[in-house]
Write a protein that binds this ligand. Structure first.
Ligand code: SF4
Ligand code: SF4
Length: 248
């Protein structure tokens, strides 16, 4: 195994990463993970009924009834994540490090930035355990790899590189750059047009590897992202299990 991968993040960057990870979870999973952590703070009471009709559409959704001395409110999905992160932001850095470790399945400890001396977290990302084996799973089976929107900087880069072969598969409208849209039919694709299987091998390559979209370049973003999405290139003894999150 290679050298350990370490990264320093400021507290606000750590909170942003937690937000991204929690937003990707189902409402049930948000409720479960956030509920356990809030309970451990012993500041709020969480009521047992975890489903409530949402006022916008009257459909029952998962969330948490959170009760303090002077307030009682049911929090759904995004609101629950935002409430939780505001609460976490008010905690000491050590507590934020512990929560980061729990949610991201890694080890995070409070540290000072080498140059600025600002407080942050030093994280053992464990990304040294990742090496792409070109199985093609992330390109074939995860539709948000090839049916999504890309940020403007991807499009601007393709324009600078005169990659009109790529740009013709992008549908830019109302501030969104949807990919990949078949230029002949105007329909979203059901398979990435840049994915090629190597002859006589169970391996795949990306035809635009040198300039592929940022979200493809950054896959997997973290240990948890790799494990949750079934990336075969992340080597660990732990398999993803909703009921018992691995200890780092
Ligand atoms: S799923 Fe993981 S190992 Fe497989 S191609 Fe994607 S990044 Fe590589
Ligand atoms: S652009 Fe490349 S990396 Fe991204 S989904 Fe398509 S084949 Fe995979």
């Amino acid at each position: 195994m290679g050298k350990k991968c370490l990264k320093f993040v400021s507290i606000s960057e750590a909170l942003e990463e937690l937000k991204n990870t929690l937003m990707m979870q189902s409402e049930v999973q948000k409720q479960k993970e956030i509920g356990l952590i809030i309970e451990s703070f012993e500041e709020f009471e969480i009521r047992k009924d975890l489903l409530k009709a949402h006022p916008s559409d009257l459909i029952e959704r998962h969330g948490l009834w959170i009760e303090s001395d002077d307030n009682k409110k049911f929090y759904y999905g995004i609101e629950l994540v935002e409430f939780f992160l505001d609460l976490l932001n008010s905690k000491p850095s050590e507590a934020i490090g512990k929560v980061y470790s729990k949610i991201e399945w890694v080890s995070a400890n409070v540290a000072k930035h080498q140059k600025t001396g600002a407080n942050g977290l030093l994280i053992k990302t464990e990304m040294e355990k990742f090496k792409c084996v070109q199985c093609g799973h992330c390109c074939l089976d995860l539709s948000d790899a090839y049916q999504t929107s890309v940020p403007d900087f991807d499009v601007i880069r393709w324009e600078c590189e005169n990659r009109y072969d790529i740009l013709e598969w992008v549908d830019s409208f109302a501030g969104l750059n949807d990919i990949w849209v078949n230029p002949k039919t105007g329909e979203s694709v059901n398979r990435c047009p840049w994915l090629r299987k190597l002859p006589k091998k169970d391996k795949y390559i990306c035809k635009i590897h040198e300039t592929k979209p940022k979200h493809c370049l950054n896959f997997p973003k973290s240990k948890r992202h790799a494990l949750e999405n079934g990336c075969k290139g992340f080597h660990t003894k732990y398999a993803f299990n909703n009921t018992a999150l691995p200890e780092s």
